[in-house]
Design a protein around this ligand. Structure first.
Ligand code: AMP
Length: 591
């Protein structure tokens, strides 16, 4: 398939907001793709060249793309920057500038007929661009991009520029793409669930799409876990009292300490260790110490385990708060930091062992298997765990978790259904945190979607931020609160810098808001916020139409930034509308 065909589809999809229609338009094009190209089409449609866990990025700063565009169009970089300030989207600017230069002039100039590359050619071009590294690579990248832009048509150039800028912005999330693939290849959009389950087991959209096109939906069902390909993590619901928890789980349940660190999915094969974060990014390089320790602790090879990495005070034998471990997230001086901030890994699950997936094994079996795979060492431990059957036992365990510097407990089902649900936030795991006990300080992970400039001391920076939760049903973001407190001067400088890179001129398509903002952002950054209570709101769109007899939405009162940027959560992992409604109903004492 020609890349231009895909671009025309992108252009159509971009103009509509209805999910059903978007799926239909996209699937019409996907129908015509062949098995060799569908994987790359899937990646490109999500604005990616490789799956996240591969960890290779294009590394093309905006200034480099501007330089390439300047070479192609003959316009000065300052002129392009000026237009960018007003228009905000480099892709559309590229389109405008190149449309003026008609294809006839281009081809008569170069003596070539119009170059309309195939999708695979364009992907190879991105691949080459990404793999150019080392001295002088920036200039080579600029020239390579300029060469491509001067050969293709305006519409192709628009989307090439958007992809290299990591700003494709079609409003197509993974869920929507999976639905379009299901519709295109099987004629039934409900098969999306099968694709999604397979995707949750391998986090590789390219592989899922290729398998579907090569072997049909039956082959997709067979997609299994592979070591070194991260599995989407299982997530927990929340409850705020021991009574509710025991009622939910029945007679008995397992309880574990809830460590406040970094979730790590650790893959081991032939003494090679790879560590993936909660959102499936490869974070191995940050933890050379964990790599060594895991190899020492391993009794077998070829397995995947999960645990939480926390910073540890070795002198006083105690777990340190999240802020300490977050200092290990860096690109330089890693060995030095590893010495300075020692860690402990508390393992709590196993996903693959003895050459097969263990996802369908029950919790207690998995726990047993974990102990057959690794020995406990100074650094590698098993999460503190016990089985409880009364409120008293649960509360005693909860209190000891808090005394041992944990943020609460994880309660896990030990029933016949207690499998590992990859990618799901079900009721088999429930988190019970100290802050839920005091209802006034429930915490939420929310996405920054907009801001207004500050006044007084905050002039020239953003002063108030508009925050959104995620609506899993509709696959979009709904506004929940505006926060202005809890930010230090350093935080405000940091956010101003960080958000400026993802600034938009208009409200993004995937955001539903009735509140206007001076600046909008791509929904990318998740922060932790506490609040006094959830109230009914005529302004906010969170849960609008969800509650019986209520057309208003829900909002968080007296929000405060806790100082924590939740780097290992994707925006889609933010607190959901569903969770907020549950908390609201609990707060009101309704069921
Ligand atoms: P939250 O991030 O608040 O949704 O809580 C879930 C997170 O708690 C998981 O993603 C893990 O990173 C972390 N966690 C800490 N201890 C445990 C444990 N024993 N079992 C499962 N998850 C844990």
């Amino acid at each position: 398939m020609k890349f231009k065909t895909l671009c025309r589809t992108y252009s159509k999809v971009e103009k509509i907001s209805g999910k059903i229609e978007m799926v239909e338009i996209l699937s019409e094009t996907l129908c015509n793709a062949n098995a060799d190209e569908i994987g790359k089409i899937a990646l490109l449609t999500l604005g990616k060249i490789y799956p996240n866990y591969v960890g290779i990025e294009l590394m093309l700063a905006e200034s480099m793309t501007i330089k390439a565009l300047s070479i192609t169009t003959g316009k000065s970089t300052s002129n392009i920057k000026q237009i960018l300030e007003q228009k905000g989207d480099l892709g559309s600017i590229t389109y405008k500038l190149l449309s003026k230069k008609t294809q006839t002039t281009l081809s008569s100039f170069t003596g070539e007929t119009e170059y309309a590359p195939e999708i695979l050619e364009v992907w190879s071009f991105f691949d080459k661009l990404a793999k150019l590294t080392g001295e002088g690579s920036s200039n080579k990248k600029i020239n390579l991009l300029a060469g491509m832009l001067s050969r293709v048509s305006a519409i192709e150039a628009k989307y090439i520029v958007r992809i290299v800028s990591s700003k494709l912005r079609l409003g197509i999330a993974t869920q929507l793409l999976l639905e379009a693939l299901a519709l295109a290849k099987t004629g039934n959009r409900d098969n999306k669930d099968i694709l999604e389950k397979a995707y949750n087991r391998c986090s590789d959209i390219e592989y899922v799409a290729e398998t579907l096109y090569k072997g049909g939906i039956e082959k997709v069902k067979e997609i299994d876990i592979r070591v070194f390909s991260p599995v989407k993590v299982m997530l927990a619901q929340r409850l705020s009292s021991s009574e509710e928890i025991l009622e939910k789980f029945g007679e008995k349940c397992a309880v574990e300490y809830k460590y406040d660190g970094i979730r790590a999915q650790i893959h081991v094969k032939d003494n090679i260790v790879k560590i993936f974060s909660r959102n499936n990014e490869n974070i191995t390089y940050q933890f050379p110490d964990v790599q060594n320790e895991i190899i020492k602790a391993a009794k077998k090879q070829n397995f995947i385990v999960e645990g939480e990495i926390v910073a540890y005070d070795e002198k006083n034998n105690k777990i340190l708060p999240f802020q300490s471990i977050s200092r290990r997230k860096r690109k330089h001086d890693i060995e030095e930091k590893a010495q300075e901030i020692p860690v402990r890994v508390f393992l709590f699950d196993v996903l693959f062992a003895n050459n097969c997936s263990t996802l369908n094994k029950l919790y207690l079996e998995r726990r047993k298997l974990l102990k057959e795979l690794v020995n406990e060492t100074e650094t590698i431990r098993f999460s503190h765990q016990t089985i409880v059957s009364s409120v008293d036992e649960l509360e005693t365990f909860f209190n000891s978790a808090l005394e041992d510097n944990c943020e609460g407990i994880m309660v896990k089902s030990i029933n016949q259904d207690s499998i590992y649900q990859a990618g799901a936030r079900g009721w088999l795991w429930v988190k019970y945190k100290a802050d839920y006990v005091d209802k006034l300080s429930d915490s939420f992970d929310l996405v920054i979607i907009g801001a207004d400039y500050g006044k007084g001391k905050r002039t020239g920076k953003y002063g108030t931020f508009l925050l959104a939760c995620f609506d899993t049903e509709e696959g979009n973001f709904k506004t929940f609160t505006r926060v202005a407190t809890g930010f230090s001067d350093k935080d405000l400088d940091f956010f101003y810098q960080k958000l400026s890179n993802i600034k938009l001129n208009n409200k993004p398509k995937e955001v539903v808001s009735e509140i206007e903002c001076s600046v909008w952002f791509e929904p990318k950054i998740v922060i932790e916020v506490t609040g006094a209570e959830i109230t009914i709101s005529q302004l906010h769109t969170c849960a609008r139409g969800w509650l019986k007899g209520l057309n208003d939405g829900l909002a968080l009162r007296f929000p405060r930034f806790t100082g924590r940027i939740v780097e290992d959560k994707n925006p889609e992992d933010a607190t959901t509308v569903n969770e907020i409604v549950t908390i609201f109903l609990n707060q009101k004492g309704e069921s």
